[in-house]
Write a protein that binds this ligand. Structure first.
Ligand code: SF4
Ligand code: SF4
Length: 447
């Protein structure tokens, strides 16, 4: 790539409120993933997406193959689940806890060590928009940036979509799994984007990346420029590094200047945003018929002696993955699923890896930096950092007074839980924790 930007790439000017600088820690930057050995068993949860949990389609004793559908739901908001190893179903247990502490049903498969592909895997035949949306559903793909929203449902919007944004702004420290996708699965990602644009009748595609990932940008540009006939109307936009750059509403405003109003969706401003790994999985499914069965996760943190990206079958126990990366059990204080800003603490490290996991961090006490909260000193740092233009300090005070109506009135439901306010707060108040709790309480009350 030349030093000056070509027509396919442009630098985005800052046009969004808020954001904070967080340490650019990425020990796994540029790493190709190590393949995790075939696990002896996997335990696959029925809730790996936003919406209705799936129901098992197999029973104890059944033999299954890799990529076979083992669970599905008739609910609109759902995505099917596939076996990630071949072997025998040894149990279906109800009421088990997943990594986030939610109750779920797990299908346990004992691996036969052969990884035999499902005999019914076939490349999808697509002739219409409906065929394409059905294929996206069949692939089992959900929002892999962490949201877990079933992608087929997002794509089935009735709104006219003008722009599809491939979101490669992986802005949390440590995480590099999307970076890997952009750098090494470039063709699958671009094909997923191109086919989505074609069948959803979308004129323009944008790949949004932060400027600390230029080696991935170079790979993308190389393909876009050498195969410009195959990838028309797709450009790359590069933005300065700032957290939470990858938040959907931030991405849309940065790339298009459009503002998604509170309570509205990107489709309401004629835009869709899809994570780059989500698009790569769609590209892979369209080319091979192989559904979502494994995931590249970044395994990092000071309690990990060998930080790396690892390609792991879904349903593998988190503890096994940590041991594979040489976990130092004498210093680990907590295990986080996701990044340090938005991730959740893993309650049980024997719980399984799910579709949306993109990082597992084993952190020490020093790294967590937990300090007791003190009084708010009204510095307004949280207000300046909030990408949603909220007033975290005022919302916090309303919640402390147990005035949820006021918290709602001043916008707590618009909080995207990015944690920028908590991170900036010199009084170490866990603001985002209170906002999560308040949102959940308000939803429960309204139900
Ligand atoms: S967690 Fe919510 S209130 Fe805090 S900065 Fe992010 S969006 Fe704003
Ligand atoms: S950053 Fe913390 S101390 Fe400063 S105003 Fe916000 S809540 Fe108060």
């Amino acid at each position: 790539m030349s030093s000056s930007f070509s027509n396919t790439i442009s630098r985005v000017v800052e046009r969004h409120h808020g954001g904070i600088k967080v340490p650019d820690i990425d020990h796994t930057h540029g790493n190709k993933p190590t393949k995790f050995p075939i696990p002896n068993k996997v335990r696959i949860p029925m809730s790996m997406h936003m919406g209705a949990p799936c129901k098992p389609l197999v029973k104890r004793g059944d033999e299954v193959q890799v990529g076979q559908i083992i669970a599905d739901s008739e609910a609109l908001l759902s995505a099917p689940i596939h076996a990630s190893v071949s072997g025998k179903v040894t149990g279906i247990s109800v009421g088990e806890l997943d990594a986030a502490g939610n109750k779920t049903t797990l299908i346990e498969i004992e691996s036969d060590g052969k990884m035999t592909p499902w005999s019914e895997i076939k490349i999808p035949n697509i002739n219409s928009r409906q065929d394409f949306i059905q294929s996206v559903r069949d692939s089992g793909v959900v929002g892999l940036g962490g949201a877990g929203f079933p992608t087929s449902v997002k794509f089935a919007t009735d709104q006219k979509i003008e722009i599809l944004i491939a979101n490669g702004a992986e802005c949390e420290p440590y995480n590099t799994s999307d970076y890997y996708t952009m750098q090494y699965r470039t063709k699958e990602m671009l094909n997923g984007l191109k086919e989505s644009m074609k069948w959803l009748n979308i004129d323009q595609g944008i790949i949004f990346v932060e400027e600390n990932k230029m080696s991935a940008v170079e790979e993308i540009i190389k393909l876009l420029e050498t195969k410009s006939d195959q990838y028309p109307n797709i450009k790359v936009m590069v933005a300065p590094v700032l957290y939470p750059r990858g938040a959907e509403k931030v991405v849309i405003q940065m790339t298009t200047g459009r503002v998604v109003p509170a309570g509205k969706l990107p489709a309401d401003v004629n835009v869709l945003v899809s994570n780059v790994t989500t698009l790569a999985e769609i590209g892979k499914f369209l080319e091979t018929g192989v559904p979502l069965i494994d995931k590249v996760v970044t395994v990092d943190g000071q309690a990990i002696r060998e930080p790396q990206n690892v390609l792991v079958p879904i349903g593998t126990e988190i503890y096994e993955i940590l041991k594979f990366c040489d976990l130092d059990e004498s210093i680990v204080e907590s295990v986080i699923m996701g990044g340090p800003m938005m991730g959740v603490a893993v309650g049980d490290i024997n719980s399984p890896l799910i579709k949306m996991n993109n990082a597992i961090l084993a952190m020490t006490k020093a790294e967590r930096g937990d300090c007791p909260a003190t009084e708010c000193i009204r510095c307004a740092k949280c207000v300046r950092g909030c990408p949603m233009k909220l007033s975290p300090t005022i919302m916090y005070k309303a919640i402390m007074k147990e005035n949820l109506d006021q918290a709602k009135e001043i916008g707590v439901m618009n909080c995207i839980e990015c944690g920028a306010c908590s991170y900036s707060c010199p009084a170490d108040i866990a603001l985002v924790h209170w906002f999560r709790q308040a949102k959940s309480a308000i939803r429960t009350k309204e139900r």
